[in-house]
Ligand binder design. Structure first.
Ligand code: NDP
Length: 444
């Protein structure tokens, strides 16, 4: 058994009920084999055992009262995974599916993603099994206040800086920040994704979606190609999906389909993004309403069918494991050339293998969706300096970071003899820096 196989076997037997975490750890560790061949000292220092074990995990009770006076109890999490290169940084996810396995997989991914940005931020993730869908603003506020009443003692602008993720957007960040400020009595950069009126950064809302498209654009540019006229399918209709659509359309792509968790819309003439924004951002409604408002478009119940729509570019931007082997095969058969992961781990391991064997350009999440956290780090810098950068400047920095990440993972893949394998390239490029920092800091 190799060192990597032993570590994977150990973590599976220690925490057998964490399939998403096992999936992420397997993908990452197996691609690090050539790095470990060059660095036999890592095994002696139990580097992989330490890398896959969070520095700290906090699980807590979140009681709150709904509008009818009924008391509910949800579960809150914060996994502070790795602070070797900077304070913990990562999202908060509010979704009924949230459990420790999902939070650990997101946190592990975040370590490498944050390292890839080239900025000094460590990795973490948190959230709750609370479902903001269908709740009133008052209920969401009371939940957020209760959540922060425990979380505040574990976070801080130099310790751990959470941000949004699924179910946590501007409204939730506002309520969480308000409660932190009230308890601590300080106005600091403890959360990113804040509103512009109270310390947020321009471009943060657009950053993950825009960044994803900037990276796909760079991959295309390196192949003498571009977005212009390319039929594109985007899953999700949330923050990442909407701004990926906006930037892809600005570069000339024809986006024909999007979905929310109930079903998908198909518009052969190209999605009218203003209508999607009206439904999802302003009304907090269901994507189904699009087909009622836009003539010639269709709505279909269920999500999987979206991957049967022929397209050259696929941007999964909703959630983990949206593209399985069968969906990947359907995409390949229909001629997909570029797959850029906006969501975290949206493609199963078998699905990734299908894309790679078919020679499609596959850009993995930890690189392709790093634009959000990169802009969050720029928000942290602006907070510390008590100043704001203009939109164009943040956007320019975002684009240059995404191009830099593409080059870093491309370079690492080439250096280790796996040209074009960006999964391995991103894992290696992100890991090398974290490993070096961990080795320098001793056995901690
Ligand atoms: P949002 O909550 O804004 O949107 C999520 C979208 O995906 C919604 O349209 C939602 O549908 C849909 N969705 C969620 N779960 C499922 C499911 N099980 N099946 C089908 N559709 C689903 O989240 P974000 O856009 O912020 O995040 C999307 C992904 O991007 C996540 O994987 C997140 O971790 C990742 N990400 C986000 C970043 C950010 O800056 N926001 C940064 C990096 C990664 P519905 O409307 O019905 O709820």
């Amino acid at each position: 058994m190799t060192y990597i196989q032993r570590v994977l076997a150990q973590l599976k037997s220690r925490d057998p009920d964490e399939p998403e975490f096992h999936q992420a750890a397997t993908e990452i560790l197996t691609s690090l084999a050539p790095v470990l061949e060059r660095h036999s000292e890592y095994e002696k220092a139990a580097l992989l055992e330490r890398f896959t074990e969070p520095e700290r995990t906090v699980i807590f009770r979140v009681p709150w009262v709904d509008d009818r006076g009924t008391v509910h109890v949800n579960r809150g999490y914060r996994v502070q995974f790795n602070s070797a290169i900077g304070p913990y940084k990562g999202g908060l996810r509010f979704h009924p599916s949230v459990n420790l396995s999902i939070i650990k997989f997101l946190g592990l991914e975040q370590i490498l993603k944050n390292s890839l940005t080239g900025l000094p931020i460590g990795g973490g993730e948190g959230g709750s099994d609370f479902d903001p869908k269908g709740k009133s603003d008052g209920e969401v506020m009371r939940f957020c206040q209760s959540f922060m009443t425990e979380l505040f003692r574990h976070i801080g602008q130099d310790t751990d800086v959470p941000a949004g993720d699924i179910g946590v957007g501007g409204r939730e960040i506002g309520y969480l920040f308000g409660q932190y400020k009230r308890i601590r009595g300080e106005h600091s950069g403890v959360l990113t994704g804040r509103g512009l009126a109270y310390g947020g950064s321009l471009v943060r809302t657009e950053a993950t979606g825009y960044g994803l498209v900037y990276m796909v654009e760079e991959a295309m540019r390196c192949r003498g190609d571009g977005f212009s006229g390319k039929t594109t399918v985007i899953s999700g209709a949330g923050n990442v999906a909407i701004y990926a659509c906006e930037k892809a359309q600005a570069l000339g792509a024809k986006v024909v389909a999007m979905y929310d968790s109930d079903g998908y819309i198909y518009d052969k003439d190209g999605i009218k993004l203003e209508v999607v924004k009206e439904i999802k951002e302003r009304e907090r409604g269901r994507i189904k309403a699009y087909a009622e408002r836009v003539k010639g478009s269709e709505y279909r119940e269920g999500c999987r069918g979206i991957w049967n729509i022929p397209c050259e570019v696929a941007l999964p931007c909703a959630t983990q494991n949206e593209i399985d082997e069968a969906s990947a095969k359907a995409l390949v058969q229909n001629g997909v050339k570029y797959v850029g992961e906006g969501a975290n781990m949206p493609t199963t391991l078998n699905g990734i293998a299908v894309f790679q064997q078919a020679g499609a350009v596959f850009l993995p999440a930890k690189a392709a969706n790093a634009g959000g956290v990169a802009t969050s780090a720029l928000e942290m810098a602006q907070s510390s300096q008590r100043m704001y950068l203009p939109f164009e400047e943040v956007d320019r920095k975002l684009k240059s970071i995404m191009v830099g990440i593409y080059r870093a993972m491309d370079g690492a893949a080439c250096e280790y003899g796996m040209r074009g394998n960006y999964v391995a390239g991103a894992n290696i490029a992100g890991f090398v820096k974290v490993a070096e920092a961990m080795m320098a800091q001793g056995i901690v």
